[in-house]
Design a protein around this ligand. Sequence first.
Ligand SMILES: C[S@@+](CC[C@H](N)C(=O)[O-])C[C@H]1O[C@@H](n2cnc3c(N)ncnc32)[C@H](O)[C@@H]1O
Length: 238
Amino acid sequence: MEVDRESMNRCGGNTSDLEEEKCSDNDFGSSVLGTQEYWENVYQRELETFKDIGDVGEIWFGEESMNRVLRWMDKAKIPENAAILDIGTGNGAFLVELAKSGYKNLTGIDYSAASVELARSVLLAEDLTDVTIKEMDFLNCQGELKGFDVCIDKGTFDAIILNPNNTEEGKRLYVKALRAALKDQGFFAITSCNCTQEQLADRFKEGFELVQQLPTPSFQFGGKTGNSVTALIFKRVV
Ligand SMILES: C[S@@+](CC[C@H](N)C(=O)[O-])C[C@H]1O[C@@H](n2cnc3c(N)ncnc32)[C@H](O)[C@@H]1O
């Protein structure tokens, strides 16, 4: 998949450990990666490729980005029957890994119809027929998403903050929808390549408590250390 990676990494690498790099999540410009049309085209192509050669397509931020969340779930003793929502599921690859790890109450949503078809096809090919996949805009889900124990986001908030039309409104709606989707004391696991820990902690400060930063690979540049992605666990609090 051709990706405008620069847009998905506006802060010039996720320099969460760099004191002087504290830009707010309002500092991002807009990009086509924030549009529904872009993702529809991406998943239309990935769907064709999956039908042709069985390749599921891009695993955003690599396999390790799923494994580190799965390891946290295991340590946190998230029960196998926990209700889990994958926000902006894309090709559904994370749902496959969750199901293979024993989780039984899985839902994925995405606003791209092609993503939904791809995720359903990928799950079917793995014989995973008990996973719910819905075509839905998370920012406009009309209270349909609620009662989840864990919500997972890998790259979706990153895309939403790049939307050329509704950046501030989109972020506000995202936090509102997340608060509504999660049970009290439920967990939110977010992996972002654009936002630092500080930016995410600030964005999710109302109604959430930051409980853990998951270790991610770090890089050094000009004598400073930063992270390529940030992976955080928040808890829903009232
Ligand atoms: C960077 S991709 C990540 C996909 C998937 N989470 C993964 O890790 O492979 C961003 C995803 O967010 C979806 N998305 C963006 N905005 C959305 C919204 N408002 N509602 C639902 N899905 C959205 C896109 O369609 C796309 O599938």
